[in-house]
Design a protein around this ligand. Structure first.
Ligand SMILES: O=C(CO)[C@@H](O)[C@H](O)COP(=O)(O)O
Length: 224
């Protein structure tokens, strides 16, 4: 389980389950996989850190069992440490926590890695990249939120392109981008250095195989 560490310089796509039909999650993921998706972005929301509520470790475990793709859990929750063991147990490949919600970030990242998962930190749109600072040696990837976390279908925040560029100047870690990613915004993010393109509404508003492929190809084209 080393999706991010083995990424090299590839650009890949990941469907965000938030916009999928939760009653048919495995099928929805499979449809995006047919469009070239290589990772599943699993949004966990607690109605405290964000004003929305989604699914937890039990659903993650079912999805892990139902797909060959690695599952990437994004914990948009107030107390990530209390949930991390259950997500490790569920078999997810990677776990990211919001830096704004992590009081003892070093311990949190350590717990994720000790559990055999890759560790990521997610930054809200106005959180400065410098917050990554001393956590960099303990990270496998950085997740840049290009909308305010909580909901799918929001407008892309254009300043996040510069933020991706800045993070790539600071470190060599793969940057995952999430929020308002479409075939129009993906090239901007890839040109700035992003490699993992998470898309929800843009994938599930049509045929997920077609839409996922369109986003991945648009992103890869930006590499020239
Ligand atoms: O985590 C989140 C939102 O908090 C995202 O994963 C959204 O689900 C992305 O949705 P789109 O902006 O692509 O519709």
């Amino acid at each position: 389980m080393a999706f991010f560490r083995k990424l090299g310089d590839r650009v890949v796509g990941a469907p965000s389950i938030l916009s999928a039909d939760f009653a048919h999650l495995a099928d929805e993921v499979e449809r995006a996989r047919r469009g070239g998706a290589e990772l599943v972005h699993f949004d966990v929301m607690d109605n405290h850190f964000v004003p929305n509520l989604t699914v937890g470790p039990a659903v993650a475990a079912s999805l892990v069992a139902a797909t060959d793709l690695p599952v990437d859990a994004h914990l948009q929750v107030e107390n990530p440490d209390s949930l991390i063991p259950a997500f490790i147990e569920a078999g997810v490949a990677s776990i990211s926590v919001q830096v704004e919600a992590a009081t003892h970030l070093h311990r949190t990242l350590d717990m994720i890695r000790e559990g055999g998962c890759e560790a990521g930190v997610a930054l809200n749109p106005t959180t400065p990249p410098e917050m990554l600072g001393w956590a960099l040696p303990y990270l496998d990837y950085v997740l840049v939120m290009s909308v305010n976390p909580g909901f799918g279908g929001q407008r892309f925040i254009p300043e996040m392109v510069e933020k991706v560029r800045r993070i790539r100047e600071m470190c060599d870690l793969p940057v995952e981008v999430d929020g308002g990613i479409t075939a129009r915004t993906a090239p901007l993010m890839v040109e700035a250095g992003a490699q993992v393109l998470v898309a929800g509404s843009a994938v599930y508003r049509g045929d997920p195989a077609v839409e996922m492929r369109r986003i991945i190809e648009a992103g890869r084209a930006a590499r020239g």
